[in-house]
Design a binder for this molecule. Structure first.
Ligand code: SF4
Ligand code: SF4
Length: 336
């Protein structure tokens, strides 16, 4: 299978990797089998994070059991200061059961201020660099949802890789990612399905494989069917004219104000599961699953109508979504 060098690193990656978020929805045994299937099919890049609860531990135990050669492991944490970063990183080593981690990333930089804190005195960057010099981390990378941070990270020359969302609905980073590739920075694409918001997941992957803006795409999967679909898209040619038209129609329909289910807005002050509430509204309005969506929504303890408009979630959303008014719309759809 074709492999691409991940920027200037020595990692030769298959363009399809595995994202570790959905592993949180399954048990260890299933996760091990899924990872086994991925590795047997040729996937050689797995991305996880301290913040993905059980994901690192599942991957660590699976790697031990499968004892598979030649798989690159990437993890990350959200600490910005040296002290906090060390604690989190040591936990990554422990959970993954590894002595050396191929790629360790600074997770979800939300603003330029955070970026400066990270690389400033007492920041996590200098600390991580020392760990890299000791040989425990092979490469350092950065992940963000913000274009300004992405640009700053690329220009800084401090990172071997960048990880950024890209899909046919969210193309704001596309040109910068191509620039990163030209500069020898490895490009890892997250959110290929916009957090599940996209209707045409097969076409979404095909679009990305032919975008020229990626080295490795890391869709999260929690079933073998999804893995089959992903490989099918990897094997096919670029999108046809009628398929391009379909995704354009969807892009027009969704607009910019849609939830990518990243979860960064949580916890809500009153306990609303914001991304799931938006997901139900999507199922109702766009996927023609009204009865199912109403049933699921009615079982939620906290509904859109419970929002007290405190605004805490909006200040955390990397997409600056008007969550309060979007919840109002959900209330209009479900009546509560
Ligand atoms: S504005 Fe509403 S949804 Fe957002 S945190 Fe406050 S109560 Fe929760
Ligand atoms: S509302 Fe914003 S922060 Fe919350 S899950 Fe959706 S995209 Fe992410």
């Amino acid at each position: 299978m074709e492999k691409l060098r991940l920027g200037s690193t020595d990692m030769e990656v298959v363009p399809l990797g595995l994202g570790g978020i959905p592993l949180q929805r399954i048990e260890q045994d299933e996760a091990t089998e899924l990872i086994r299937a991925c590795l047997e099919r040729g996937i050689n890049f797995i991305d996880t994070a301290r913040g993905y609860t059980v994901s690192e531990g599942y991957i660590g135990r699976a790697l031990k059991e499968l004892n598979y050669p030649e798989v690159y492991i990437a993890s990350k944490n959200m600490a910005r200061t040296a002290e906090a970063f060390e604690k989190e990183m040591e936990e990554s080593f422990r959970q993954l059961g590894l002595e050396v981690i191929d790629l360790y990333q600074f997770h979800n930089l939300r603003s330029l201020d955070e970026f400066e804190e990270l690389i400033g005195p007492g920041g996590a960057y200098d600390f991580a660099k020392k760990v890299q010099d000791q040989g425990r981390i092979r490469y350092l990378g950065l992940t963000t949802h913000r274009v300004d941070v992405l640009e700053r990270a690329i220009d800084s020359g401090l990172f071997a890789t960048v990880q950024f969302p890209l899909n046919y609905m969210e193309r704001q980073g596309e040109e910068l990612l191509k620039k990163a590739k030209e500069k020898g920075i490895g490009v890892i694409i997250m959110k290929p399905f916009a957090g599940g918001a996209l209707k045409y997941k097969d076409l979404a992957l095909t679009y990305l494989f032919h975008s020229g803006a990626s080295h490795v795409i890391i869709p999260g999967i929690d079933s073998l069917d999804q893995l089959d679909m992903n490989f099918k898209q990897l094997a096919r040619g670029p999108l046809l004219e009628e398929e391009l038209q379909l995704i354009q129609e969807e892009a027009d329909e969704l607009g910019e104000h849609f939830c990518r289910r990243c979860g960064y807005c949580l916890p809500c002050t009153v306990g609303i599961d914001i991304p799931t509430v938006f997901l139900m509204e999507g199922y109702y309005s766009r996927y023609n699953l009204q009865d199912w969506a109403v049933e699921r929504y009615s079982s939620f303890d906290k509904k859109a109508s419970d929002c007290i408009a405190c605004g805490v979630c909006e200040s955390r959303c990397p997409y600056e979504l008007p969550i309060i008014s979007m919840l109002d719309k959900v209330k209009g759809v479900f009546g509560s």
